[in-house]
Design a protein around this ligand. Sequence first.
Ligand SMILES: Cc1cc2nc3c(=O)[nH]c(=O)nc-3n(C[C@H](O)[C@H](O)[C@H](O)COP(=O)(O)O)c2cc1C
Length: 146
Amino acid sequence: MISSYIYSSKSEMSFDSKALHQLQALAQKENKKHNITGYLTYKNDHFIQYIEGPESAIEQLITNLKKDNRHQIVKSYALPIKGNRVFKSWNMRYIEYNDLVEIGFHELLETVFFTVNNKLFSDEEISNKIERMLNKISISLDNIVN
Ligand SMILES: Cc1cc2nc3c(=O)[nH]c(=O)nc-3n(C[C@H](O)[C@H](O)[C@H](O)COP(=O)(O)O)c2cc1C
């Protein structure tokens, strides 16, 4: 079974493209060891990252991410346990924000993620919306050559 987690964070240092590339390379290498997949994007000093994998590996990574003083987690959701991964072959894909804008779904994801009112939607409805958009992002991105 697959645990998954999505969060936004504010960076506490500036990440230029070299720093982002290094972060992705390290994440990819570590995630491969721990059977974690997902994606990361960055815009205006904010990250959004989605990670999925075995429960203990995800818990450990969340602990590491919370301790990492290069950023501060702003908002997060642990999604319900599921049977299949969304981002099957990407140990950590860095997605250029502009690619996501072109696809359009990320803006929807951001809207749900940042502005959704927990009083209007149940946790289940929120996680269903997030899952649907992650699936759309994943399918659309398979058509973008990296
Ligand atoms: C935005 C962001 C995303 C990160 N993503 C990952 C990741 O996907 N996988 C990973 O192993 N480390 C990732 N890291 C690094 C971890 O926060 C942490 O440095 C790493 O797991 C090593 O932790 P440790 O030094 O406490 O053992 C990320 C860091 C930042 C700032």
